[in-house]
Design a protein. Structure first.
Length: 539
C-alpha cells in the first residue's frame, strides 16, 4: 500500500507524527488503560480508562470542544446490587494546557456524593431498610424509588490545580451547582427507557469565565473502545493460527482480517465524565494559538483510616484525610498499559506531564517491538532505528503545523516536552458519517477533502487508535521518510532499518473500531454525550 504522488507531501509529516506514537503504542497495545498499573487495580473507581478530546461534531455545535474522561473499567451490566458508583472520597480532573509549558492552565474538577435515602418497607410492624439500590421503577432524576441519590459538582480552576482561581459550574436552568447523576442501567424493568432517562441528565451549564453556556453529563455508558483483550495479553494468540508461527504475523498484516477478532469489551460498560466547552474558553487568551493539550487524572486523600466498627450509612467503613495524591493519569491511550516498564507504572500514574523526561528511555528504546518478535516467533521484523530521538521529539512537542503549540516555535523555544493528547481547535470537525476510522492518517491517505480532525489530532470515540499506531510501530514513519528525498527526519530514521517496508501500512489488531461501534449493543450517538447507551443488566 503506497500513497499516491499527489499526497506524499501531505502524508509524510502526519505519518511522522503518528510514528511518534511508536514509543507509546506498541503492537499489543490494545487495552487502552484498563487496569494498567499494579496499584490502580486495587482502586478501580479511580482508574481512568480512556480520554477523548475533539472538536464537537454535533450539528450546530461548531465552536465547542468535547472532553470525555472514562473511569471504572470492565463494568458488567449485571453488577448489582451496588453497581458502579464513583468514589465520593476522590477528585476526578480534566486538565488543559494552552501554552505548551506542560502545566495545567485550566482544570475541571469533578466531585461526587452518594447519599443514602434510607428506603424502608413495613415488615411485621417494623420499618426495615431494603437491601437494593432501588425499590421500584426509575424514570426521572433522583426518583423516589432510588435508595441512593448520586450527585456531582464541577469546579473550574484557572492556574495551578490546587492554588488557582476557582469557580463553580452551574446549571443554566436555576443556577444550582449540584447535578444529578443517573443510576446505572439496572435493567428494563427498573428503567424501561434508559436513553430517555439518561437524556434528562444532560445539562446546559454556565462555566466561569465563559460567555456561552456549555454542556455537562456524567453517567454510565457503553464502553466505546474495541479490543481483543484476551488474545493480545496471551502473547498475541491469533485465533485459528498455530502458536508462535508466521501465520500469526500474516494475520496481522492481512487487511481482510481487520475485523476477524472478538471485541472483549462488547459487553462492558464504563462511567463517563463529559463536558462540552466553548473553544474560546480553552485556548490561550486572545486565541493566538489554537492548539491545546489535555489529560485526565484522579486523586485520593493521602490517608485512609479503616473502622473496626463502621457506622450505619453508605460507604462508612473508612475515613479519608490528608493532601490529595494523584493515583491515575491518562492522555494518549495505551502509554502506561504497554510501554512504561512494570517498575515505573505506578510512578507514571503519579507524575505530571512537565516531568516526563524521566520516562524518556521507554520511548527512545521501546521493548514492545522485541516482545512482538518473541510472541510471533518471527525474528528481525522490528525496526532498528535506535535511539528513537526523532520520534520522541515529534511526540512530545506535537505535530509541526498540526498539533504543535506555538511555544515550540518561539525563539528561544518556551515549550516543554510532555506527554498529553493535543488538539488543533482550528481544524473543523468532521461530521460523524464522514469520519475516517484511521483518523488524521486515514484522512490524508484519502486525498483532498479527507478527514483531518481525528487521532492523533485529538481523539474521537470512532478513531481506531490501535491500527493508527500499528502503522508506526513497525516502521511506517521511516518507510514514508524514504518516499521523498526532500523530507528527512534525521540519520536515525532509515527505511533500510524497517524490515516490513510498506507492508507496515497494512497492520491491524483484528478488531475494527468502526465495525465494533456498528455492532455494539450501545452504538455511538451523533450528539453529546456521544458515547452510547449502556448495556442493561436485564433485557
Amino acid at each position: 500500500m503506497k500513497p499516491n504522488q499527489a499526497h506524499r507531501a501531505r502524508l509524510l509529516p502526519i505519518v511522522a507524527a503518528v510514528g511518534a506514537l511508536y514509543g507509546l503504542a506498541g503492537l499489543p497495545a490494545h487495552a487502552s488503560s484498563h487496569r494498567e498499573a499494579p496499584a490502580i487495580t486495587a482502586t478501580p473507581k479511580v482508574d481512568g480508562t480512556d480520554f477523548y478530546m475533539f472538536n464537537s461534531y454535533e450539528t450546530g455545535r461548531a465552536g465547542f470542544v468535547t472532553l470525555v474522561a472514562n473511569y471504572l473499567p470492565l463494568q458488567d451490566s449485571y453488577g448489582g446490587p451496588n453497581y458502579f458508583k464513583l468514589d465520593s472520597n476522590a477528585l476526578y480532573e480534566i486538565h488543559i494546557d494552552n501554552n505548551g509549558d506542560g502545566k495545567e492552565d485550566i482544570t475541571f474538577q469533578f466531585r461526587f456524593n452518594n447519599a443514602l435515602k434510607g428506603v424502608t418497607l413495613p415488615i411485621g410492624g417494623s420499618n426495615v431498610a431494603i437491601p437494593l439500590t432501588q425499590a421500584g421503577q426509575v424514570t426521572a432524576p433522583n426518583a423516589a424509588a432510588l435508595n441512593v441519590n448520586e450527585t456531582f459538582t464541577v469546579d473550574v480552576v484557572r492556574g495551578d490545580r490546587r492554588t488557582g482561581t476557582r469557580g463553580a459550574v452551574t446549571n443554566a436552568s436555576g443556577g444550582s451547582a449540584t447535578f444529578a447523576k443517573p443510576s446505572d442501567n439496572i435493567g428494563v424493568k427498573t428503567i424501561p427507557n434508559y436513553a430517555a432517562y439518561a437524556a434528562q441528565h444532560v445539562y446546559s451549564v454556565n462555566i466561569p469565565g465563559c460567555s456561552t453556556p456549555g454542556k455537562v453529563f456524567v453517567g454510565q455508558r457503553k464502553d466505546p473502545f474495541a479490543v481483543n483483550l484476551g488474545v493480545i495479553f496471551d502473547l498475541i494468540n491469533v485465533p485459528g493460527a498455530a502458536d508462535f508461527s508466521a501465520a500469526e504475523a500474516a494475520f496481522l498484516l492481512d487487511p481482510a482480517q481487520k475485523d476477524a477478532g472478538a471485541d472483549d469489551l462488547a459487553d462492558k460498560n464504563v462511567t463517563a465524565l463529559e463536558i462540552e466547552v466553548p473553544t474560546s474558553c480553552l485556548v490561550a487568551a486572545g486565541g493566538a494559538d489554537p492548539v491545546i493539550g489535555g489529560w485526565t487524572t484522579a486523586s485520593l486523600r493521602q490517608g485512609s483510616l479503616l473502622s473496626n466498627a463502621p457506622k450505619s450509612g453508605y460507604a462508612t467503613s473508612a475515613i479519608a484525610g490528608g493532601a490529595w495524591t494523584q493515583v491515575s493519569r491518562l492522555g494518549h491511550p495505551l502509554i502506561n498499559e504497554v510501554i512504561i516498564g512494570l517498575p515505573d507504572k505506578d510512578k507514571f500514574n503519579n507524575a505530571k506531564p512537565k516531568d516526563d523526561g524521566q520516562f524518556a528511555t521507554y520511548v527512545t528504546n521501546p521493548t514492545l517491538p522485541a516482545l512482538v518478535e518473541i510472541a510471533l516467533a518471527t525474528p528481525n521484523i522490528a525496526p532498528k532505528n535506535f535511539p528513537r530521538t526523532d520520534l520522541v521529539t515529534t511526540f512530545l512537542t506535537g505535530i509541526s503545523g498540526v498539533t504543535q503549540p506555538k511555544a515550540f516555535g518561539n525563539s528561544p523555544a518556551t515549550g516543554v516536552a510532555s506527554e498529553m493528547l493535543r488538539l488543533n481547535t482550528a481544524i473543523a470537525a468532521t461530521p460523524e458519517a464522514m469520519q475516517n476510522r484511521l483518523g488524521l492518517l486515514g484522512g490524508l491517505l484519502a486525498g483532498p477533502g479527507g478527514d483531518l480532525a481525528g487521532y492523533p489530532n485529538g481523539r474521537r470515540p470512532s478513531d481506531d487508535v490501535v491500527d493508527i499506531s500499528l502503522v508506526a510501530v513497525m516502521g511506517g514513519l521511516c518507510v514514508a521518510n524514504g518516499m521523498a528525498d526532500t523530507y528527512k527526519l534525521g540519520a536515525t530514521c532509515n527505511p533500510g532499518n524497517v524490515p516490513l517496508g510498506a507492508a507496515a501500512f497494512n497492520l491491524h489488531d483484528g478488531v475494527d473500531q468502526a465495525g465494533a461501534k456498528v455492532k455494539a449493543a450501545g452504538p455511538l450517538l451523533p450528539a453529546f454525550p456521544y458515547l452510547g447507551t449502556p448495556i442493561p443488566g436485564a433485557r
